[in-house]
Write a protein that binds this ligand. Sequence first.
Ligand code: NAG
Ligand code: NAG
Ligand code: NAG
Ligand code: NAG
Length: 946
Amino acid sequence: MWLQATLLLLASCVPSSLAIYFDEVNHVDYHHALLGFPSPQSTFFLKPSASSHGSLLYTLSENSLLGAVNPKGGFLLWRQNLSRTALPVDSNAHHLLRASEGTNALVSALGDYLSSWTALDGKLIWENWFVDETVADLELLELEDATASPSVKDTVALFGGKAAVVRRLDGDSGKTKWEHFDESGDIPFQISSSSTEVFYVSLQPSSRKGYRIKVTSLNPLNGRQTQQHVLNSESDVTSADSVLFVGANTAAPFIAWADQSRKALKVNVIGTKQVQTFDIENTSGESIRSITVHAPKKLESLTHFLVHYETESTTWAEVYHINLKSGSVSKAYDLPRLEGWSAFSTSNKDANVYFTRITQSETTVVSSASHGILGRWTHQAPPMEQALHSVSEVVSKGDTVAVRSAAVLASGDWQLIRNGQTEWTRYEALTGAQAAAWVEEDTQEDLVHQLQVEGHESLSGAYLHRVKRHARDLQHLPEWLKGLPKRILTSILTDEVSNLDGYGIVKPVLVAAENGRVYSLDAGNHGAVVWKVKAAEAESWNVKAILTQPGSATIYADDGSSVTLDASTGEILERSPATVKIRSVAVASDGTSPVTVGIQENGVPAEVVNGPGFFVTLSDDGSVLGWIASDNQRPAWQFRPAHGEKIIHATSRPSHDPVASIGKVLGNRSVLYKYLSPNLALITAVGENSVTFYLLDAISGRILHTSFHQGVDTTQPIASVISENWFAYSFWGDVIDPSDAKGYQLVISELYESSIPNDRGPLGSASNYSSIADLPLPHVISQAYIISEPISHMAVTQTRQGITVRQLLCTLPKANSIVGIPRPVLDARRPVGRDPTANEQEEGLFKYNPFLQFDGKWYLTHGRDVAGIKTVLSAPTMLESTTLIFAFGSDIFAIRATPSQAFDVLGKSFSKLQLVLTIVALSIGVAVLAPMVRRKQINTIWKATS
Ligand SMILES: *[C@@H]1O[C@H](CO)[C@@H](O)[C@H](O)[C@H]1NC(C)=O
Ligand SMILES: *[C@@H]1O[C@H](CO)[C@@H](O)[C@H](O)[C@H]1NC(C)=O
Ligand SMILES: *[C@@H]1O[C@H](CO)[C@@H](O)[C@H](O)[C@H]1NC(C)=O
Ligand SMILES: *[C@@H]1O[C@H](CO)[C@@H](O)[C@H](O)[C@H]1NC(C)=O
């Protein structure tokens, strides 16, 4: 009794949101939490607070995501989405992130938005908007005579707008301490500071051509101008890009630029008028492609800097020292010219400055003081992919040094190299993935083909074929027999109940990234990248679809080109050149092999498809066109929404959408027949403040059903999906009950052949469906639910036979989650305003409640922050219970879900060994007991008869 009570108590403590067992997290699902391409100027190692032991890696990516990554393992610790709060910024806006060691504060700027975050856990300290201004540059003040507490650093920021403004912002609150206006009309360029002064650098257009660099010194306490001088740089500086570098926060910040022919390097120590010129040696015989300057950004560090030169095939560098007393600059030493690329980075430890050079074969570290190599590590083969920029952290112990560098590769991925060894790679290029598809394994394909051949032959021919096939199979027999004992043993002894890999539940996924690369993710290994290739010939592409065939995959880009890859190695098998611009790819399947056709911007198919089939396209003038595949001269039908409406979305039933039962059995054993047409299209059209959903028959273009909603905010997400005999959509608009309210709604509509059970309507008596004109209209039952947050995308789970309960997969952009709502919960026939009758209860219906709370168990993403999801795909596996779900957008998330529990798989707790031992024990028992029992029986017979 006591035990029972304890168990009950325990059971009630278990959170109801445990939809999968804890040990299944990371086993059935994986998540790539991505940041995007790390910006070169806003990525660094930093000790988050004075007390922390190690440093973390921070970046503000070009996707406007600010995040901290643990350099051990490469896990994301926290991230913030700045584009949620900043006004939409143009693509070349500065992504600025600054920090000061040991203050536990980061300051970031994007467009008009400035914010400060705690470095340890990414909590907001302050934020500030400067309307009609954009932040051009940002520095943290490292004043020597810090009046404020040393743990807080004020920010100086330079704003561009109607006039340039320099502001000092309080480190605790972000409030403006002083402002300095510059109404001269110069281009605000950069901000710099030394231990005693703030410098405002602007570009003054010269009367002839080019710009003069103007440096204004400001008093850091009140922002008053103390000095100003103009450097005669107009013959060299033609645009802001001509200035190579403006340093900050060092004892001697400097400006560096080169002349237009790149023959001379010019350096000015800020605050002085003197410009020093150095010849750039040009012995490589190639023109210099780029010059970059690397300098430390710490007050206490030595005033040394490195200039990195790059030609088409070689790189080298020069190190310069600035003499603090005289302000003169001198060249200290050269770093040798090497073939191939190099990525340089600066790091400092106290006053010492180190330069780290990464090439494709090695990492080397030198001290800024002398050219002797302190450390050299050879990289493992294969040669490292080109790094575009890197940040490093050097630690020195006596004479030896150790280094770790985070390098951003040309593919957009981020790699940590510790003493020459690759520690981890974050596949940041996967952010903003454009298309994805599961690989089809080609193992079974041969058999399928053979069976097809047999199906088409005469009886005797097929028999012969089959005998031959089995004879051929015999050659694998010895091998199979050899492996048998091992297989039996491992299958008994492993704790994994059964290896399900053969059931298609760990199919790799191909993902097409924006930068022309294709990745293969291994579902069996936490989504690790198996291979990546650059499939596009250009720097970027716009992928419209990936179609997989057994063993290979074809990727279609919007310029009409396609590329076919080997799905297991990524090898490029075939390329087809660009043709016309397409908006989508239609697949017309005629049973054997699918035929693809590109759809042009105006909705017209790019080519004629030979074969049966039809498809529906959207045209750029806002109408829906229906086409017969073999005729692309003119559409078979055309549909235009009501006047003033614009089509925003069109969707159809998934290509794999099996229907397990054609009717719905009611509690009293009568049947409501489902309206099952494979040719349904659901069109979403928005008006001024309304939305209309049109259900069309895709063959005739006839409207089967319309639902219209008013008072809709069309700027909020509107999602829709159609499957089997139902469709669902969500939007933000007027709520009918209670009226006068507005909210997010989820509406479900079910289609039946007739409102009367056991009646098939006009279809029942019709002998065939082919007459288009009298296709009956469906009987539609709808129900609306009020939900607490918007849904940006909908999909439906797919299983092999469609027997498993379907889930409506909804992407929740506010919660950064994906929920799978079981279809029975959304049943449109739930009784309204009364309890269900006995019959309805038997059917599984329960009382309708207008408010739909998302149950914790429905969250497929669990506690994860799965951000920016644009598309959710679902695919069946060989197991009816199991469906694969893959979501992409900003992040990548995948899970193997079992909407009705894994009814066809043995649970983890099932022990094969125990079963075998039980059987053995029973056999022994039977063997021992059987003679005894027999003897006893014989004895009883003897006793009875005697
Ligand atoms: C360097 O030399 C090459 C070939 O001799 C020439 O094309 C180039 O213009 C020169 N100057 C620079 C700055 O690259
Ligand atoms: C079965 O129940 C449905 C409603 O649940 C009702 O419309 C129908 O008439 C019933 N059929 C019979 C045969 O009682
Ligand atoms: C289907 O019905 C149409 C008209 O109702 C008729 O012309 C056609 O022959 C029928 N087809 C079959 C296969 O019965
Ligand atoms: C960041 O916010 C923007 C704007 O709200 C959104 O479009 C984007 O998907 C978000 N990205 C992530 C990763 O959350």
